[in-house]
Design a protein around this ligand. Sequence first.
Ligand code: SF4
Length: 422
Amino acid sequence: MATIKLSSKPGVYELPSYSLTGDLLGYLRCGLQYRYTRIGKMPSRAPVQLWFGNFIHGVLDEGFRIYDVERKAGKSSAEALAAIDADVVIETIESRLAAQGLVAWEPWLKTLGYARARVGLGELAEVLFPLIHRSEVRLTGARELKPLPPGTAFREADRYEMVGVIDVVTDIELSKPEVASNPIVKLVEDCLGKVPDHFEVIIDYKGSRRPALPPGKPTPKHPSLWDQYEWQVLTYADLRGRQPDAHPVKAGLLLYVNELLPLASDLEELRKEVAEGKTDIGASEKDIKAWLKVCRDQRKEASAILDAATGRDGAAAMKASLNLLPSPVPWDLRLKRALRIVPVEDPATGKSRIPDALKSFDDVVEWIETCRGREFHSGTIIKAWDRNSADEGTCAACDARTWCPDFSNETKPRLPAVKVAP
Ligand code: SF4
């Protein structure tokens, strides 16, 4: 009698999913901190940076939404920009974040966030919003996951999912005169040299100042922020380029929001970087000195308003934020320092730089999976996860520092000892 061989149902297969910012950049900051905050969902005690980043993203996104509605209703670009009321947008985003439990506890941080939001919705919006094609574009792709080192395998997976969200995709059509004369487009053209008539540039907002140039040789497991962000936008460029409605993606653009309105402390850092030759976009000592004086005076006036206010007075922060404006630093320099253009193709050789960026992130996923595997097999967290105490600021804000061996190694007092002869 004929028999039929029935196949058995394959086991459940879950594709590990990694987000570019939350997972890969989080792990590179410090593996152990990532394990606690991202995988273990340990809430942060002082989510200062989280508030600022979310606030600026929210403000620029809401500003563009209003602009877009006006443009679609037939208004000119100038009329659409005039319809954005900075105070209303700031209040809307502030209460939206508060509803999610994200609050700026420091009145000064709030004031500064508001002041930078005003520049974002004013000077920046004028040159950026007319170029925006879409904001908050979700991306996804699958990549090969190499076998883990012996003794660390803990799940069946030969691929992983890479996910990300592009803040802004621009659509640049050089045949349109208002686009061709746009200062952002000019900077991109100057950097890339040759560009097609119609192309895209993707933009990622960073709630920080422009970092100093990286030191000469990168350390493999601790790449500089300069390199990490480059890989991030190049990976976005690759994933975006695969979407059906995409035009050729020619560059990624990192927008360092703090450079839109630098404070005295930012200018002090700039002064040091210029003196040490560690920045690609500097200014003269004489100019920096003059700007510093204005910034310090502005801060004094803003602080006086905050000091006179009672409690956490949002209205005082709103008023004080106006005292930080206008910036004494010329707009064209602020814009140049705020924008870091990352060409997708090497301008000298024309070779795509995407494969190297993808390979770098494949390695990071392999490191994370290896740490997970070590934890799975050993049952201990601290030993299983790589740590990175290279950045003092990261450790100082880390909630794990009281029990982290690397932090105590850095800070514990060392008694004089006798060196035993061999
Ligand atoms: S204290 Fe520093 S090294 Fe330790 S877990 Fe926190 S960030 Fe990492």
